[in-house]
Design a protein around this ligand. Structure first.
Ligand code: K7E
Ligand code: CUA
Length: 664
């Protein structure tokens, strides 16, 4: 009876609660709009309308989804090795992961940025940052592969990166951790932060035609933490904005010591001015060491070059490059509206969202409306730059994007919601819960001059009860909202690969028309290319055995190899002879201690193998390429060191068995 009463009381309480909203986020079922299924349904055989490029966080990868379906289309290894694609395992791709520290096969990729022309996505490339060992990568959207990686000297924690100017003139990368410059003694007491530590911002130039990157120059700035950044656009083209925290210049227990001040800064950078000084030869040449890695779709190989010089401007010596203006409470996101007029600072610990005016910024600079300086960089007066404040938006604002109707969308980590507010009026007009603890959000085209305004996606840190349990770690997740109406509507959950930070959404039409179907055989300039099966051979050079191999449905040539000996290094150079879309062949050999190859049509890739024992080793194609895929295999025989087994290779025939039992 007592039990019955408890249940009845609980039912009563629940039905009471159902009458109210807002006590706590509604659960999944009740928060989804009734027509959600129809809105995200992409019928079998139909394409999605958008590509969604999503950072993989500590997986070092980027993943590609279709929207609105949430279908996972591809995972792109960027700063990571990937056994699925042989990336980082083939001899040709290993140099992509080289750094001044040697091969670093992992990183922490937070932000993706699509290349832009005139402030709009142009569909050529997508860039990603390595937060740990500072690097910026360029992914070619013809191949969906990493084409170039450049390391950044004078940096530690490349977080406010890789943000892009309106015409991809520059990819900008600000250091998260200030550090002593690379050409100075870093072996100093940590508590000399204020004297010895500097914050460096790199300007990476991007060639218009082929995307080739180079560090054009660096700005040496005061020692603070640069968190995020955005380029100006439209009226503010030529400027860049960085959120700064730890203006306390603390070097220990930052959670307390870097949260002392009521306001930190946003740093406004006049990069056109900096460019002028560089052109006028005002930069200082600094000797440093950084890797520049380039992948060629003609040689199908990467080269890594160690570079030794950068040009640096110390901003305190040039009074018109950098300006600080105050921004409350350790700003994280620093986002620029579609017109370029408004700059939104998201103070993680602030109870409001300040919106700054570019026009007022210009006037304040002209009027020298300074309240002092910070390490030689002038500080503008808060009120002189402020357009206004969004009051009581929620708790823990992180990032803001924009739609095409004058609204902004800010993610609220602590109150776990997305808040929509009107830019002109600075009024909150809608809010929706996220499940749970949203980090970045993105609107389709949300950082361009003309956002699409159809969808917004929240990228969440915590998913608790949203997915089937998968042991101690649960899936990270994205949530898709329809923002075409006045009210935001949750329409889909989809899990992500790795921890998602920033992501971008671009019209599929822009990307799919450029997608490469296969590599042309006649353009293959890999030095180990086999031009047809007639070009296959096995060549011994000392203890190196080069196998020039081809793959075509459904055999390897050669598929019988003898005469390899203990102590040899074997290089399988596999050329895929197919000239058709979506017919890769794979290659693997028993006991290989690195991985497999996955070779695209028309491409050559190399697997290095050092046999560890005498015997017979099967090798085979790893990609199910035809009905006779299982037949696509062969043997390689390994004989003892010093044996006289002759070097033989064949496909489709047998040599007379050589008598190798007798010593010569
Ligand atoms: Cu907000 Cu690294 Cu862009 Cu993640 S950062 S959330
Ligand atoms: Cu080629 Cu399976």
């Amino acid at each position: 009876m007592k039990k019955y009463n408890q249940i009845a009381a609980a039912v009563f309480a629940c039905s009471l609660l159902l009458g109210f909203t807002g006590c706590k986020p509604k659960n999944a079922a009740s928060a989804v709009s009734s027509d959600a299924a129809a809105k995200v349904y992409v019928a079998p055989g139909k394409y999605d309308e958008f590509y969604n490029f999503v950072s993989g966080g500590f997986s070092g990868q980027m993943s590609v989804y279709g929207l609105p379906s949430g279908r996972l289309l591809r995972v792109i290894p960027v700063f990571s090795v990937d056994p699925e694609k042989g990336w980082g395992y083939s001899e040709e791709t290993k140099p992509m992961l080289n750094t001044s520290h040697g091969i670093v096969p992992w990183d922490d990729l937070h932000h993706v940025q699509l290349s832009k022309t005139n402030g709009e996505y142009d569909g050529k490339w997508v860039f990603g940052n390595a937060n740990n060992t500072p690097r910026v990568a360029r992914i070619d959207l013809k191949t969906f592969r990493t084409a170039e990686i450049i390391e950044l000297p004078n940096s530690g924690g490349n977080h406010s990166s890789p943000f892009i100017t309106e015409n991809t003139e520059y990819v900008i990368a600000g250091t998260r951790f200030s550090v002593p410059p690379d050409d100075q003694n870093g072996d100093v007491p940590i508590n000399t932060y204020k004297q010895n530590f500097k914050g460096t911002i790199s300007f990476i130039s991007v060639q218009k035609d082929n995307g080739a990157m180079d560090i054009a120059f660096q700005l040496q700035c005061p020692g603070v933490n640069f968190d995020l950044s955005r380029a100006g656009k439209g009226v503010s083209h030529g400027w860049f904005f960085f959120s700064c925290y730890n203006t306390e210049q603390a070097n220990t227990l930052l959670e307390v010591n870097a949260s002392q001040k009521d306001k930190d800064f946003i740093m406004a950078v006049n990069w056109k001015k900096a460019e002028e000084y560089i052109k006028a030869g005002k930069g200082r040449k600094q000797s440093v060491k950084y890797a520049h890695n380039v992948y060629s779709d003609i040689t199908h190989s990467a080269t890594s070059t160690i570079k030794t010089e950068v040009t640096v401007l110390d901003v305190k010596d040039f009074k018109d490059i950098c300006y600080f203006f105050p921004c409350p409470k350790s700003p994280h996101g620093c986002d620029v509206s579609p017109t370029g007029e408004y700059i939104v600072g998201s103070g993680k610990l602030a109870a409001l969202i300040p919106v700054f005016s570019f026009d007022k910024l210009q006037k304040a600079i002209a009027a020298k409306d300074f309240i002092g300086d910070f390490d030689g960089v002038p500080i503008l007066k808060y009120e002189s730059v402020l357009y206004g404040e969004v009051k009581k938006p929620g708790l823990g604002p992180l990032h803001t994007e924009f739609d095409n109707k004058g609204n902004a969308y800010t993610s609220m980590f602590v109150s776990s919601e997305v808040v929509k507010w009107n830019i002109k009026e600075l009024k909150v007009v809608d809010r929706v819960p996220t499940y749970y603890s949203v980090g970045h959000l993105t609107v389709a085209g949300g950082d361009t001059k003309t956002p699409n305004g159809k969808y917004m996606v929240a990228y969440n840190k915590i998913t608790k009860d949203r997915y089937l349990p998968t042991g101690p770690e649960l899936s990270q997740s994205a949530q898709l909202y329809d923002i075409s109406g006045d009210k935001m509507q949750l329409i889909l959950d989809y899990p992500t690969i790795g921890e998602p930070h920033y992501a971008q959404i671009v019209s599929a039409d822009l990307i799919k028309k450029n997608s490469l179907k296969f590599f042309k055989m006649e353009e293959n300039k890999n030095p180990y290319f086999s031009n047809g099966e007639g070009g296959t051979k096995v060549v011994r050079e000392g203890n190196k055995v080069h196998v020039y191999m081809t793959a075509i449905r459904s055999h390897l040539t050669p598929d019988n190899i003898e005469g390899v000996k203990m102590g040899d290094e074997v290089y399988f150079h596999v050329t895929n002879l197919e000239q058709d879309w979506d017919v890769p062949h794979g290659f693997a050999v028993k006991g290989a201690d690195n991985g497999e190859l996955l070779v695209m049509p028309g491409e050559t890739q190399t697997l290095k193998w050092t046999p560890d024992r005498v015997g017979m080793f099967p090798m085979y194609c790893t990609d199910f390429c035809s009905a006779l895929h299982q037949e696509m295999s062969g043997y390689i025989r390994v004989s003892p060191a010093g044996s006289n087994t002759p070097l033989l290779f064949s496909t489709g025939k047998n040599y007379p068995a050589a008598d190798t039992t007798k010593k010569k």
